[in-house]
Ligand binder design. Structure first.
Ligand SMILES: *Cc1c(COP(=O)(O)O)cnc(C)c1O
Length: 229
C-alpha cells in the first residue's frame, strides 16, 4: 500500500524531473498540497513527511482546518484556492496566508479592509480566465493589468502573481497555448511589480506541461491524497 509520504515524494520527483527536462532549477517550483475534502489526519501525515503548504477550496472547511491546526502546526502556510463569494471574504482575510482566486475589484477591497492589522498582508494571485469558456471563473486577460494596479495600492494585500485552471483536455497543443498565455501575462506583471514571483499553474494531471511552460507553483491534490469522492 502506498502512503501519503510515498505519494508526496513521488510528486516531488515528478517536479524535479520536469524541471530538469527543461533546464530549470527544481527549487524554483513550489509544491502546494491540495487537501480539500480530506481529513485533518491526512494533512498531518503530509506535514510529518515535510509538507508545509496546503490548499483549500471551501471557505468553511478551510476555516475549520486552520483553527484545528493553528496551535499544534503553526508553521503551515494556508492557501485559499476556491471560488469566493464576497460575503465570505472575511473568513479568508482572517485565516489564510494566500488567496489564489482573486478576480474582482470588490473582493480585493473587502479583503484589504478585513485583513487584521496585526497580520502580514494577504498574498494574492489574480485568477485569469485563459480558456475563454463562459463557465470558467477568472478575469479576462484584457483586464488583468487594471486589477493588478488596484491591488498594488491596497496596503493589506501583497500581489504575488497569477493563477489559472485551464481547460481539461488531452489536446497537448491547446494545453500548451493556454499555459503559454498565462506565462506571458505573468512576465508582463513581473516587469511592473517587483513583488510578483508566482505563476500558479499545474495540477496532478498536467504538472509536467505546466513546469515546461514556466510554472513556479503546482497545486497537487489527488496525486498526493488519492481521488476525491
Ligand atoms: C482541486 C484543485 C486542484 C488539485 O487538483 P488535482 O487534480 O486533484 O491535483 C488544484 N487547483 C485547484 C484550483 C483545485 O480546485
Amino acid at each position: 500500500m502506498t502512503t501519503i509520504a510515498d505519494r508526496l515524494s513521488l510528486a516531488q520527483s515528478r517536479i524535479t524531473q520536469a524541471a530538469e527536462k527543461c533546464a530549470r532549477n527544481p527549487k524554483e517550483i513550489k509544491l502546494l498540497a491540495v487537501s480539500k475534502t480530506k481529513p485533518i489526519e491526512q494533512i498531518i501525515a503530509a506535514y510529518e513527511a515535510g509538507q508545509r503548504s496546503f490548499g483549500e477550496n471551501y471557505v468553511q472547511e478551510g476555516e475549520e482546518k486552520v483553527n484545528a491546526l493553528r496551535q499544534s502546526h503553526s508553521d503551515i502556510v494556508w492557501h485559499f484556492i476556491g471560488p469566493l463569494q464576497s460575503n465570505k471574504s472575511r473568513i479568508v482575510a482572517e485565516n489564510f496566508d494566500w488567496m489564489h482566486t482573486l478576480s474582482r475589484e470588490k473582493i480585493a477591497f473587502r479583503l484589504n479592509e478585513q485583513r487584521p492589522k496585526n497580520m502580514v498582508p494577504l498574498k494574492v494571485c489574480i485568477q485569469v480566465n485563459i480558456s475563454n469558456e463562459a463557465s470558467k471563473s477568472g478575469i479576462p486577460t484584457s483586464e488583468v493589468m487594471a486589477l493588478a494596479q488596484t491591488i498594488s495600492q491596497l496596503p493589506s494585500l501583497d500581489l504575488k502573481g497569477v493563477m489559472a485552471i485551464p481547460t481539461a483536455t488531452d489536446d497537448i497543443e491547446l494545453q500548451h497555448s493556454e499555459f503559454a498565455a498565462l506565462k506571458a501575462i505573468y512576465d508582463e506583471l513581473k516587469c511592473q511589480y517587483p513583488s510578483v514571483d508566482t505563476l500558479s499553474m499545474g495540477m496532478s494531471q498536467d504538472l509536467e506541461q505546466a513546469i515546461a511552460n514556466g510554472s513556479t507553483m503546482v497545486r497537487i491534490g489527488s496525486a498526493i491524497f488519492g481521488a476525491r469522492n
